[in-house]
Design a protein around this ligand. Structure first.
Ligand SMILES: *[C@@H]1O[C@H](CO)[C@@H](O)[C@H](O)[C@H]1NC(C)=O
Ligand SMILES: *[C@@H]1O[C@H](CO)[C@@H](O)[C@H](O)[C@H]1NC(C)=O
Ligand SMILES: *[C@@H]1O[C@H](CO)[C@@H](O)[C@H](O)[C@H]1NC(C)=O
Length: 513
């Protein structure tokens, strides 16, 4: 059935898996201890002055005070729950031991303008966050952080057992721990998959390349080792993810990756797993038995500042808002401008490349771009705006006609949402989030353009700049209406609702009675 090499692989796997034994003993001990003890809920509800029949939802977000996009999702979910569900109390498992509950709530207000109600919100402060920090695991980072997150989850759950546990930071290995210790239902909101099937494929290809070319045996061992490492990791990652009762993804890019992971199959490891103790921990269904795919829940974008700009008059400005990072592909914008000037020498278009420069490399890149503009003979039509203030960004958004985004395979593209909300007609590279999530047709009509080559970009920009006034106006309005609505908090709440979290929560509550 299996070749000799595969059997060796299987044997190695079983040995590796059995290393998990001590951990499993710790968990079993905890299960036992938990059955004797309390779950922390009564005490917490009493402290908050809430009746004992409240439902408790736990959000696992060890970096909840970081103030980034992921945190915005967390606080929006919680504030919406507070507004709509008076019988739900939210618990955040946080590793920010230096900040108090009041401080975190104040920062959320300041940073996101989200007002949290302290009477139905509780924080469990975790001491062991260092276990998931990059610096703790210079080697075997994936594995180290995953085991670290399991111990961190253990710390969280032994403090307060919720009725529903939602991981909002991508620690899928928390699910087996929660299931084992507390048998509570779990849910996932995924921003970014920890490992992707592509990554695994890349390592696999490298491995076959090495064996074919008959490299020295040491490198074969190393590559085999790495492949095995990734394979085992992917196998258990997909098992862990499948344990969640619902899975949400922040974009179609993430959803596609998560869906591929959910149906990931590895018969050999499946076989090895039946003899390993890890199977009691990762009790999720095999890929063949899994039907549910991830559901997209877009984070809400704050478009209030730009969505009231008048749609006219607009200057013939073609605006790009993107940090001067290599992947943003600013050179393609200059090439598009060169193509545009070649086809339409009298075009009034003026390109404005606006963006932050984080360091010397970025600044150097700006210099190189200026040089390129000169070499292409387009420097009179370009303006670089480096490190503009937010107010300046808004000014440009208010007067530009066309917006430009040239990054290839951008996962999302919040800058494109902002262009559209500002009434700027977007032209983006035909890939990633701008193609699949953002510049899509609305009410059967386009909300912008896509392009690949400099010539296609030039064509699209020319079309957008020369639309008849009424058509331009309609398209600006359509782009704005769509962007503001699709990435609004209401839409976030509506799609979050359809994950079915409420039913899962009731299930968890009933089970605990
Ligand atoms: C999803 O999360 C990833 C990782 O944080 C981020 O790069 C991406 O922009 C997010 N997508 C959306 C729609 O916010
Ligand atoms: C832009 O801002 C960053 C950080 O705020 C700073 O490090 C950098 O030096 C600034 N660059 C310029 C050109 O002012
Ligand atoms: C989400 O569900 C709650 C009830 O659980 C309801 O009050 C709220 O209106 C729903 N929100 C949306 C936008 O559908």
């Amino acid at each position: 059935m299996f070749s000799f090499g595969q059997l060796l692989l299987g044997l190695g796997t079983s040995i590796l898996l059995s290393l998990a034994l001590p951990w499993i003993l710790v968990f079993l001990y905890t299960v036992w201890a938990r059955q004797q003890g309390v779950n922390g809920r009564e005490k917490l509800l009493a402290e908050l002055g809430q009746p004992p029949d409240r439902r408790v939802v736990g959000y696992f977000h060890p970096y909840c005070n970081a103030g980034g996009g992921g945190e915005r999702v967390l606080w929006t979910a919680i504030v919406r729950s507070q507004r709509n569900e008076p019988n739900v109390v939210s618990v955040v498992y946080s590793g920010d031991i230096d900040a108090s509950k009041e401080e975190i709530i104040a920062k959320v207000k300041l940073r996101f303008d989200i007002v949290l109600d302290p009477s139905s919100l509780h924080f469990v402060f975790l001491e062991k966050r260092w276990l998931v920090e990059d610096a703790t695991w210079p080697a075997f980072t994936l594995l180290g952080q995953s085991i670290g997150s399991m111990i961190l989850t253990w710390e969280a759950i032994t403090n307060v057992v919720p009725h529903l546990f939602i991981d909002t930071m991508g620690y899928a290995f928390s699910f087996p721990v929660v299931s084992l210790i507390a048998s509570v239902p779990t849910g996932a909101y995924v921003h970014y998959p920890t490992i992707s099937t592509q990554m695994l494929k890349r390592v696999t290809n490298r491995q076959s390349g090495v064996t074919n070319r008959n490299f020295i045996s040491q490198s074969i061992v190393l590559t085999y080792g790495k492949l095995l490492y990734y394979r085992i990791f992917m196998f258990y990652y997909s098992r862990a993810l499948r344990m969640a009762s619902f899975k949400m993804a922040n974009s179609s890019w993430t959803k596609n990756h998560v869906d591929a992971i959910l149906v990931h199959r590895d018969p050999l490891l499946e076989f090895a797993n039946t003899f390993s103790l890890a199977r009691f921990l990762f009790a999720g269904p095999p890929a063949s038995a899994h039907k549910q795919s991830a559901q997209i829940v877009y984070p809400s974008c704050d478009t209030r500042a730009m969505s009231s700009f008048p749609l006219t008059p607009r200057e013939p400005v073609v605006l790009s808002v993107a940090q001067f990072r290599p992947e943003k592909n600013h050179a393609a914008q200059l090439q598009a401008l060169a193509a545009l000037l070649k086809q339409h020498p009298s075009t009034p278009a003026k390109f404005v490349l606006l963006g932050g420069a984080r360091n010397d490399d970025d600044l150097q890149r700006v210099d190189t771009l200026r040089l390129l503009a000169r070499n292409l003979g387009v420097e009179d039509h370009v303006e670089f705006v480096v490190n503009a203030s937010y107010a300046e960004v808004l000014e440009w958004l208010a007067k530009s006609s066309v917006g430009l985004s040239t990054m290839v395979d951008e996962h999302f593209g919040i800058n494109v949402v902002e262009l559209m909300a500002a009434g700027v007609i977007p032209v983006s590279h035909a890939s990633g989030g701008p193609l699949h999530d953002i510049i899509v047709s609305f009410e059967g009509k386009p909300t912008g353009y896509h392009a690949r080559t400099p010539e296609e970009f030039a064509d699209a920009i020319h079309i957008a700049l020369t639309l008849p006034e009424d058509e331009a106006q309609e398209m600006r309005q359509r782009a704005r209406t769509w962007a503001v609505q699709a990435f609004s908090e209401d839409e976030f709440e509506r799609t979050w609702n359809t994950s079915g979290w409420r039913d899962v929560l009731e299930e968890g509550y009933t089970q605990s009675q």
